[in-house]
Design a protein around this ligand. Structure first.
Ligand code: FES
Length: 160
């Protein structure tokens, strides 16, 4: 908790103490923590002089905000139309089975988080996903297993 407060204090600077900065502060904090911890949202409400329900309303209105950690290696599987038609669901099921987690979950060791997203703008390379922000394309269940095996062993996977 002390470390969390320390990291938060670095972001809550006096020039941002205005409710106009609520969304940008939430974005910065999510970038720092990978999600919005409950304690942090309460701290922002206090810092900006708004009610906790105001902060909560904003965070639930925009689907960019997350309330659970995404893991050290966030995996985002695209299930937009092109990726869905190209077998994205099979790729997703492979990840769920290999990591024993469901969408929105994080592995017990905190290494991997799994999210489902809609179109990341690489439809011609479907099905695609991102891991740590890197795009992986033309995925198959077998290719997915190989990528996960490499990442689990601490190796860097070659993107294709
Ligand atoms: S639908 Fe997956 S990248 Fe567009």
């Amino acid at each position: 908790m002390a470390e969390l407060k320390e990291r938060l204090q670095r972001l809550l600077t006096e020039e941002k103490r205005d409710k106009r900065h609520l969304i940008s502060l939430l974005q910065e904090i999510q970038q720092e923590f990978s999600y919005l911890p409950r304690e942090v949202m309460l701290e922002i409400a206090w810092f900006l002089g708004v009610s906790p329900s105001t902060v909560y309303s904003v965070t639930t209105f925009f689907n960019q905000f997350r309330f659970t950690p995404v893991g050290k290696h966030p995996i985002r599987i695209c299930l937009g139309t092109a990726c869905h038609l190209a077998g994205g669901k099979l790729v997703l099921e492979t990840v769920e089975r290999e990591l024993d987690i469901k969408v929105g979950g994080v592995t017990a060791d905190g290494q991997f988080g799994l999210e489902r997203v809609a179109c990341i703008g690489c439809c011609a390379l479907a099905p695609v996903m991102t891991i740590n922000g890197d795009v992986y394309s033309r995925l198959t269940p077998l290719k997915m297993e190989e990528v996960l095996t490499l990442l689990k062993s601490g190796g860097e996977s070659e993107r294709k």
